[in-house]
Design a protein around this ligand. Structure first.
Ligand code: SAM
Length: 260
């Protein structure tokens, strides 16, 4: 069955769904040529998925009956936030967003660091589409958020100190890690120690991973991170390209939590 994230223009409740957005109307009728009786899965970013039978078609809307509703079990227990220094090469950044979505990242923050050359992402609509399509394809219950660009230093402020606290995620337990080549602590050891408790319970707060740009973090930035209690970790002796780092780390997180 095809899966679609709907917008606010396409309300879904426990009984029925109303498809009114031009985008979905076009996709359903012109591209996929759905007709009466077609079954689809609709997701409204609530974490639930709705199996819907399309029943009544008109030019301006499609009415569907909700056959079932279930919670999507595909989200990681931890809220994984990737704060990635803005890369020079947009294609690599897009690849990172797509693969990170497949691996369960909840939110991405474009970071401005001492060595980033670009200071803004741009192409927000295109990036939003990449996230949505990757979330649909990989069976996610929620589309990851793409938060506003912010300076590296701001990542270490508490919610109360942030200008826009609410767009950072819910207040709760937060761990921040900064991968940096050549340090002693291995990220896999960090995960084993911090993400799974002695009684087997899993860390369910927010894990923020800050990834440096092509030229890496400066000593000044590493000192700031340390002074604010971040964990500086290694991913082994080989230097990974910036866009590979979040993929490797998301995989290690999922493995440590017993999810893969
Ligand atoms: N020459 C740069 C340096 O030494 O930092 C390399 C930067 S690397 C291409 C981009 C980012 O990926 C780094 O800032 C770091 O966050 C992360 N990274 C890459 N390989 C790593 C490794 N083996 N251990 C920890 N972090 C790594």
């Amino acid at each position: 069955m095809h899966r679609f994230f709907v917008s606010q223009l396409d309300p879904v409740d426990d009984a029925q769904a109303l498809i009114c957005s031009d985008e979905l109307l076009h996709q359903f009728t012109k591209v996929l040529r759905f007709g009466r009786g077609e079954k689809v899965i609709l997701l409204n970013n609530s974490g639930y998925e709705f199996v819907v039978e399309l029943q009544d078609f008109s030019a301006k809307r499609i009415l569907g009956k909700v056959l079932s509703k279930k919670f999507c079990e595909t989200e990681l227990a931890v809220r994984l936030v990737v704060a990635q220094a803005i890369l020079k090469n947009m294609e690599r950044l897009e690849w990172m967003l797509q693969k990170g979505t497949e691996l369960g990242v909840s939110a991405f923050i474009p970071l401005i660091t001492d060595r980033t050359e670009r200071k803004a992402l741009g192409k927000i609509e295109r990036l939003g589409r990449i996230l949505k399509e990757a979330a649909e394809q990989s069976g996610r219950g929620k589309v990851p958020e793409l938060l506003e660009e912010r300076k590296f230093e701001k990542i270490f402020l508490s919610d109360a100190e942030q200008e826009h606290a609410l767009d950072y995620g819910e207040e709760g337990e937060r761990l921040i890690v900064v991968p940096h080549p050549g340090v002693e602590q291995k990220f896999s050891d960090f995960c084993k120690g911090k993400l799974v408790k002695k009684d087997g319970g899993k860390f369910s707060g927010e894990l923020v991973i800050c990834v440096g740009p092509e030229g890496g973090f400066t000593d000044r930035e590493i000192e700031i991170a340390k002074s604010r209690g971040a964990h500086i970790v290694s991913l082994g002796s080989r230097i990974l390209r910036a866009e590979t780092v979040a993929m490797a780390m998301a995989t290690i997180v999922a493995e440590a939590m017993g999810e893969i």
